[in-house]
Design a protein around this ligand. Structure first.
Ligand code: GRF
Length: 195
């Protein structure tokens, strides 16, 4: 993760309620001294850090990340503000159960600057997308989307902040539903509920 960890905090808060159906078993990051790690420790959750620069190659980092995540045997991996692409080893193990959120309505404006790119393009409606991570950049199957109107006086910051408000509730609601109901995939179409 590399933001301020508000998506993570929303999940931690939701998981505090037993009815939610999910618990956070661990929080991993690709850098240390970030707010998300503090948020996790404050909630009594185990944390780990795997930095790309500590490994000989991107592949070795990816394998170490996968190994660290696997140690906690998660049913679902949520990439909440984690701004690195995972590789083949990680996807071999956790493909199909790794979720990511993006601050734009995919497939529009993938990449690092979803809010800025939508604003610069001049769209009147943007939003957030929750998707199942695959090998591409923000190309995975869409689990949920929420829309946000663009205001005339928006800056990247004001727009991204408004997107983040709905992004957090979407993430929490979807993770809760997946934990309680599961999900099925038909082609690219994802639905809550077991087959
Ligand atoms: C979110 O908008 C996420 O989609 C994007 O960066 C932001 C992270 O926010 N990749 P936070 O760290 O959860 O507050």
């Amino acid at each position: 993760m590399s933001g301020s960890g508000t998506n993570l905090q929303a999940l931690l808060d939701a998981c505090a309620s037993p009815d939610f159906g999910a618990e956070v078993v661990a929080v991993g990051a690709d850098r240390d001294a970030i707010q998300g790690l503090t948020r996790a420790s404050d909630a009594g959750i185990e944390t780990f850090v795997r930095k790309v620069k500590d490994f000989g190659s991107r592949e070795e980092w990816d394998a170490a990340l996968a190994e660290s995540v696997a140690a906690y045997e998660p049913d679902l991996v949520v990439s909440a503000g984690f701004m690195k692409l995972v590789g083949e080893t990680f996807l071999d193990r956790f493909g199909g159960k790794t979720l990511n959120t993006h601050p734009a309505l995919l497939p529009s404006f993938p990449g690092m600057h979803g809010a800025r790119d939508a604003l610069d393009y001049g769209v009147k409606v943007t939003g957030a997308t929750l998707f199942i991570v695959d090998a591409g950049v923000d190309t995975g199957m869409i689990v949920d989307q929420v829309s946000v109107p663009v205001e005339d006086d928006d800056t990247e910051e004001t727009l991204h902040e408004r997107i983040k408000v709905v992004e957090r509730s979407m993430l929490v609601e979807s993770v809760g539903r997946i934990a309680r109901e599961g999900y099925t995939v038909d082609g690219r179409r994802v639905r809550f509920g077991r087959a």
